[in-house]
Design a protein around this ligand. Sequence first.
Ligand code: HMG
Ligand code: MG
Length: 300
Amino acid sequence: MSLGSLPRRVTVVEVGPRDGLQNEAAPVTVDDRVSFCNRLLDAGLKVVEVGAFVSPRWVPQMAGSDEVVRRVGRRPGAKTPVLVPNRQGFEQARQAGVKEIAVFTAASETFNRKNINATIDESFQRFAEFVPEAAKDGFWVRGYVSTCFGCPYEGQVKPEKVAEVARRLLEAGCHEISIGDTIGVGVPSQVTDVMGRLKEVVPARALAVHFHDTRGTALANVLAALQSGIATVDSSAGGLGGCPYAPGASGNLATEDLLYMLHGMGIETGVDLAQVAAASRAIAPRLGHPLPSRYLQACR
Ligand code: HMG
Ligand code: MG
């Protein structure tokens, strides 16, 4: 059966060391975070989000990201971005030797206020204070749009709003825009609709998708995104993850589950699934709970 035209190769953006660990109750040491990142890079992942330069009062799990960045170092051909919410975070990231950053805002006002204490407009005012300069200085800049398929506080989110925020991120200087289903409520028909509208304002090659598997629709949503011409997919080793400011947000789509599906469909990623699984199994004992990845559960 034909599934339509799908990309031959997909770039997997690994967000486990950031989106995954930011939501863990048990503190994970810098040593363990560094080994986790190194194992994921060894597995062939070409983009690994290694930490966040956010307020440690807001997200204590990401404290020490400067040390993680320094110790992981640079890998030829790989990007190791960090999340930065404002100029202060950008300066700290630059000092640590970061070359790739990710800024984040949302398609819903209430979530944005809870997450970064700013309206959507205010978040763009913050980005204007450092994103153009970062892009000019050769930084690779990713922009996240959260709550694109539903908001934990406001419910429905209009696709036009998602497209407007994504367009503004592109205009602000972002090279790639990641479209997030922060609380895992989206379904494939909605993905097709939202991607269709997005492609009118952002080229498909500059779009990524970021699904949380809260209601089990993440892989189906990936397939809908691939059919819409999207070839960059975020995922988290082991299925770790969630946002501390999104009640009900459970794990991200697991990298292992994503790789299993893509490789089974003949889509190349350049990533070794067994090595990703080994990285997840190595961090699991530090977390005190089983990992949600279906692949890991099936292949114990
Ligand atoms: P604020 O309290 O409004 O900030 O927080 P402020 O500017 O008033 O400053 C208050 C204090 O924070 C000051 O310190 C600043 O120096 C400090 P004090 O003088 O009181 O000692 N501060 C910082 N410290 C470290 N790093 C910084 C920084 N900036 C200010 N960069 C702020 C505003 C944005 C800082 C805060 O709200 C914050 O850090 N939020 C981060 C929340 C977060 O990380 N959420 C999770 C990531 S988003 C996500 O998971 C979604 C995503 O995965 C996609 C999806 O799934 O949808 C990306
Ligand atoms: Mg997320």
